[in-house]
Ligand binder design. Structure first.
Ligand code: NAG
Ligand code: NAG
Ligand code: NAG
Ligand code: NAG
Length: 401
């Protein structure tokens, strides 16, 4: 009886959200988006409730839901799929079966999930990586980096750096028949954060300079110092990614302290003395005119948070915080942004900053795009938009990798 009532209550709330949550007019498959958006909002609501009554932590609810979608490493007629470890970090490898006359390119894939959930083994990532390996005749390495809040900054980053450096050893490349001049990193959302940072770190490391041929950033998160950019204001309520959830989950990568979360929600989390960093993410300078609309630039409010978090000023968390001289030697870059995305402006600003620094950037902006679309690859969570995004950057990789 209690269980049924709970389910009924849950369904009612879900239905109400579906009907009332507005979705942008120009998006396709609006009812599906509405449904998924409602599902995420209800999940967040339930997670908050569970956390308040001490049943489960907020982030745990999301990571538990992820595990429902985990897949086994199943090979098919084209691709051998293997779960293994590089040292002690799990990776999933996709190795094309057909004989190849020449060495293959390699692609590292960094999944999204706001550093708290997600996996390279969930169906969305698995479908994508299998398809990529087949389409590009490439070795694909999905990195199962460790997640927050159990493992906070910079563990996820260190795991990715470790796996990529490990794989780039001559003997490992040779073992998998990989061409050392055709290495690429692909990341979506918070995986895009990690991709951008790893690429910067390797490029500024004499031993690994010029080893990465290309980076691909799909609706990436690229800074956490300013949560009041125009896209944060316009898409505060989503679809898919919305302010409260996004900030709450990202904050967990730094700390579980609720004072940090509350300050970040008000955009008052940065410390005294960090004003100089805001020039790197100044939307007033870097956003193309059409996105500025009638938004008014406001100066950051600093020093409101008593505890000190050095992570907040670290470019290994916000890759936009490096100066132009650290950007200029970055490799060929592909960035995809979606219009209806809470973090749209991160990608747009990076496009401008990279181009200003002389980096070759290909940028696709999807007017009817929504955040996270590429993860929705299976019914009932299937969006045609996701396949179009995938096809866009894969065809770019076909030409450029
Ligand atoms: C194997 O590759 C062929 C050619 O690309 C494709 O038509 C087929 O669907 C692939 N099989 C699987 C299971 O993906
Ligand atoms: C950001 O840009 C605006 C307009 O160009 C300027 O007035 C403001 O001082 C800049 N702020 C920072 C922190 O760079
Ligand atoms: C920060 O510290 C000041 C002075 O010690 C105190 O008055 C204030 O309440 C503290 N603020 C928070 C949010 O803890
Ligand atoms: C850019 O940053 C690097 C590392 O922080 C520093 O060594 C260099 O002097 C800076 N360059 C400029 C032009 O500010």
């Amino acid at each position: 009886m209690g269980y049924k009532t709970l389910c009924f209550g849950f369904s009612c709330v879900l239905f109400a959200y579906c009907v009332y949550s507005p979705v942008p007019e120009n998006i396709e498959e609006p009812w599906k988006v509405r449904f998924m958006d409602a599902l995420i909002k209800v999940t967040s609501l339930v997670a908050t409730l569970f956390e308040n009554i001490g049943l489960m932590k907020y982030g745990e609810v999301f990571s538990t839901l992820t595990t429902v979608h985990l897949t086994k490493p199943i090979s098919d007629e084209n691709i051998t799929v293997i779960d293994t470890n590089f040292r002690d970090i799990p990776v999933r490898l996709y190795l094309p079966k057909k004989k190849s006359k020449r060495q293959r390119p390699a692609i590292f894939f960094l999944h999204g999930g706001v550093f708290v959930f997600g996996s390279c083994k969930i169906s969305g990532s698995d479908d994508l990586n299998r398809w990529t390996a087949n389409k590009l005749d490439a070795v694909v390495v999905g990195i199962e980096y460790r997640l927050a809040p159990q493992y906070q900054f910079p563990v996820a980053l260190e795991d990715c750096v470790f796996v990529i450096k490990f794989f780039l050893q001559d003997k490992v490349l040779a073992e998998y028949g990989v061409d050392p001049t055709r290495i690429c990193i692909v990341g979506e959302s918070s995986g895009g954060t990690l991709t951008a940072i790893v690429t910067q770190l390797l490029q500024n490391d004499p031993e690994f300079k010029d080893r990465i041929k290309a980076q691909v950033l799909i609706y990436p998160l690229l800074q956490i110092i300013n949560s009041y950019l125009p896209s944060h204001r316009e898409y505060e309520h989503g679809p898919i990614l919305f302010r409260k959830m996004a900030i709450k989950l990202v904050a967990l990568y730094v700390s579980e302290d609720t004072a940090l979360l509350q300050a970040a929600l008000r955009n008052e989390h940065m410390p005294e003395g960090s004003r100089h960093l805001f020039k790197f993410v100044n939307w007033s300078d870097f956003l193309p005119e059409k996105y500025k609309k009638n938004h008014v630039y406001t100066e950051p409010i600093l020093g409101k948070l008593n505890a000190s978090y050095p992570e907040l000023v670290d470019s290994r968390l916000s890759p936009l915080l490096v100066n132009d001289s650290q950007l200029q030697s970055l490799p060929l870059t592909y960035i995809l942004t979606c219009e209806h995305d809470f973090i749209r402006d991160d990608g747009l600003i990076y496009v401008t900053r990279l181009r200003n620094a002389g980096v070759r950037v290909t940028h696709d902006h999807i007017e009817e795009g929504i955040h996270g679309a590429m993860s929705f690859t299976r019914a009932p969570f299937f969006l045609h938009l996701g396949l179009r995004i995938r096809d866009k950057y894969i065809s770019w990789l076909e030409e450029n990798l």
